[in-house]
Design a protein around this ligand. Structure first.
Ligand code: ADP
Ligand code: ZN
Length: 703
């Protein structure tokens, strides 16, 4: 298949200008009828690897997919792009199934999504040679080595025997080698080409913060994210519910989601989230598998995940559209202990504990987090990433022996019977209920650390825990206690080096400028939501956030400009272009009316006129807006017309005047210049009208 054809199809149906890394290679390999295994992270762009070939291949493409909700989404998305697709699963009525069989017979479908359980229904409609491609999504489900084994998948090995001449494309986001090999073996595609994409998701920022005062930290984080979608992962159902209701009280559209909620409610919550009706989901790990929402802007881990695989998969649900998205993990020792307990009852205890340990190391890292994360997945990053909290504020080490002595002696005075927050309060000489009740203001260590901020103390204490001088008594309400090693610091003057945390870091990198409610992006988002409701499909299937951002930047005001937006294909331009363009024009006008008039620079003067003209303003309005004479604007428009811009000269003058001038042109022999006409009409027709009319007539003659 020629590259130009592939690129045209990509733009025509998906609206994209370029392939992402690997997509083109994979697609070419499909056209060579090879079997392929694709390993790409979530959001990497796997779907296009089979959807695009499906459009160009002669027969139908079968897509095996385990999740019914996801199937429907993909089919809706394809239809919105003008690609005929359907799905078959066990939840459908007989009549719906018959209608689909009919379409298969009539060759009306390019793609058919099928749940593995429903394969038997299509089998009799298809013969070898009648299927151009078999795509198997979430292929790791076939392997018991993977983390999401599904028994129904194990039968898929028969597909290769049944359709021997049809290439198979298996796709997964699971990285580990054992699973990869197992997939190929079980699918009977031993010589499949393997394509492994980088797992680096550069658009995701990484940040870890101590899990203290988590709710305050979350509300701080959410301050400028009112309309953004995000997920907060929690360990327990109880936490999800408490958190959701606290957020609701604060005015956020939040909802809890866990396995204890009945099926109907669960799918309602999921739908509301997909449709941007609910913005925040507080979920146990059960949430997210079945959704493809591309505009999740942030993910918070309220509790620590039990391994880096899970963590990476969960943060990977943010930013699938490639726009910058933020992730925040709360690190807490209480969580570590809890997870250790879970792991120690498991069959593969050792493996689980080792994985948890890596998770903990990541959380406590003092060097680029992305490097650590990717190295876990076998990828080596040459440079530090620049998009994690450590890279943004690399720690500097200093001799902190005195600070450590203050902290340790304070814990000693408190007899190891207070948690971290009370220890800090005593060090800083705070006044509160706990202090008063226990008379802590009498202690010799009360207020000895006034000069250090609360957050700094918190950081230092955590470092002292990591260094092994302090331990947390999880069995005693997380009280801080001294270890044997602490003696060396208190009595033997052992030197301590602490990492300095700059103030900036404490401000949280994820604080961001708010997107104002009256930005164009917000207006376009609203319009998208409106259309989504009318058509009863998820908003992001109409355009993803990246496409809206591009519209905000480019401000397309005509069909041809609209088609240039990344993410706009032909069908979507035809279906939605008009409404989005209208919104953009209205916005530009409104903005201008609000803006104080300013003299534009000479060089831009023509451009300025053109843009106002394109906004649909009349000559009078443009003149008023720009504070210049009407004649000047006429001159501009003629000049623009001469330069080849799309200026409709007819619109600028009354048709009757044009007719009169046309007549006069014939009557007056050898008219010398405009003045002759002007006088001919006894000054009743303005100069500019004459000028424009003559231009039109000249063009008519020469064409
Ligand atoms: P995956 O299935 O690997 O998780 P998707 O196929 O859902 O990823 O793609 C993730 C997002 O990236 C989607 O919004 C998709 O439209 C977009 N995308 C895919 N390929 C391209 C491309 N070549 N250019 C721009 N965006 C793309
Ligand atoms: Zn980094």
């Amino acid at each position: 298949m020629k590259e130009a054809v592939l690129l045209d199809t990509l733009k025509e149906y998906f609206g994209y200008e370029k392939f992402r890394p690997l997509q083109k290679k994979i697609i070419s390999s499909v056209f060579e009828a090879q079997d392929n295994l694709v390993i790409m992270p979530t959001g990497g762009g796997k779907s296009i690897c089979y959807q695009l070939p499906a459009i160009l291949l002669p027969e139908i493409t079968l897509v095996i997919s385990p999740l019914i909700a996801l199937m429907k989404d993909q089919v809706d998305g394809l239809n919105a792009n003008g690609v005929p697709a359907a799905y078959l699963n066990s939840s459908q009525e007989e009549a719906d199934k018959q209608a689909i069989f009919q379409k298969i017979d009539n060759k009306e479908l390019k793609l058919l999504y099928v749940a593995p359980e429903s394969l038997q229904f299509v089998d009799r409609f298809l013969n070898d040679g009648k299927v151009s491609l078999i795509a198997i999504d979430e292929a790791h489900c076939i392997s018991s080595w993977g983390h999401d084994f599904r028994p129904a998948y194990t039968q898929l090995g028969y597909l290769k025997n049944r359709f021997p001449s049809t290439p198979v494309l298996a796709l997964t986001a699971t990285a580990d080698k054992a699973t990869r090999n197992d997939i190929c073996r079980q699918l009977n595609i031993p010589s499949a080409k393997k394509h492994v994409a980088s797992f680096d998701r550069k658009n995701l920022s990484l940040e870890v913060k101590p899990g203290i005062k988590r709710f305050e930290q979350i509300t701080e984080f959410l301050k400028n994210r009112k309309n953004e979608s995000g997920i907060i992962y929690c360990l327990s159902r109880k936490t999800t519910e408490e958190l959701a209701s606290k957020l609701k009280v604060k005015g956020y559209k939040a909802e809890a989601y866990h396995a204890g909620i009945d099926h109907t409610n669960r799918s309602q919550i999921q739908d509301d989230f997909i449709n941007d009706e609910k913005h925040i989901i507080c979920a146990t790990i059960a949430f997210g598998m079945g959704i493809d929402k591309s505009n999740i802007r942030w993910v918070i881990h309220y509790n620590m995940p039990k391994n880096l695989e899970g963590y990476y998969q969960e943060i990977g649900r943010a930013g699938r559209d490639g726009l910058p998205s933020d992730t925040l993990l709360f690190h807490s020792y209480a969580d570590v202990v809890q997870l250790q307990k879970f792991a120690s009852n498991a069959k593969n205890e050792e493996v689980q504990l080792a994985k948890l340990d890596r998770m903990k190391q990541y959380s406590e890292a003092l060097s680029c987090r992305r490097k650590i994360l990717l190295s876990y997945f076998g990828e080596y990053l040459e440079k530090d990433c620049g998009n994690c909290d450590i890279c943004r504020n690399p720690p500097e080490f200093f001799e902190g022996t005195v600070i450590a002595q203050k902290a340790l002696s304070c814990i000693f005075r408190l007899k190891g019977s207070e948690p971290i927050s009370a220890v800090i309060d005593v060090l800083r000489g705070s006044q509160n209920e706990v202090i008063r009740r226990n008379n802590y203001q009498e202690l010799s260590t009360y207020g000895i650390g006034k000069d250090i901020s609360w957050q700094h103390w918190q950081q230092y204490l955590i470092q002292l825990i990591n260094l092994g001088y302090i331990e947390i008594a999880f069995d005693k309400n997380n009280h801080l206690q001294l270890t044997k090693q602490a003696k060396k610091v208190l009595f033997e003057n052992e030197k301590i080096y602490l990492a300095d945390v700059k103030d900036e870091k404490l401000k949280t990198q994820t604080e961001k400028a708010s997107t104002t409610a009256d930005s164009l992006f917000e207006k376009l988002r609203q319009l998208r939501l409106e259309i989504a409701k009318e058509e009863n499909i998820p908003a992001y299937l109409i355009f993803n956030d990246a496409a809206l951002k591009d519209m905000e930047k480019q401000r397309p005001m005509s069909d041809s400009e609209f088609l240039l937006i990344n993410g706009v294909g032909r069908k979507k331009m035809e279906d939605y272009g008009y409404r989005f363009i209208k919104e953009i024009i209205a916005f530009s006008k409104e903005k201008r009316e609000k803006k104080p008039k300013k003299k534009t620079k000479k060089g831009n003067t023509l451009k300025e006129t053109l843009s106002l003209y394109n906004d649909g303003l009349s000559v009078e309005e443009i003149a008023k807006e720009r504070g210049v004479a009407k004649n000047t604007i006429f001159t501009h428009l003629i000049k623009l017309y001469d330069e080849g811009e799309e200026v409709n000269l007819h619109q600028l003058i009354p048709i009757s005047d044009l007719k009169s001038i046309e007549r006069a042109k014939k009557e007056l022999e050898n008219p010398s210049g405009l003045r002759t006409y002007f006088e001919h009409f006894e000054e009743a027709i303005p100069y500019e009208t004459i000028k424009i009319s003559l231009k039109i007539l000249e063009d008519k003659e020469s064409s």
